[in-house]
Design a protein. Sequence first.
Length: 54
Amino acid sequence: MPADAKPSPEAVTYSCEACGNQMTFLAALPKTARHEAVRIFRCYACNAVRTERS
């Protein structure tokens, strides 16, 4: 994998800031004319949500 390539959304994992459990990848929203691409992650233990702009 080239150094500037991003891993697939499923390969990225986050720990929940609220409870510490692993977050699950939910969706990747594509880039539009007004907004950047966004990846959404959710913690099923405490229902917290995290977004990552790319």
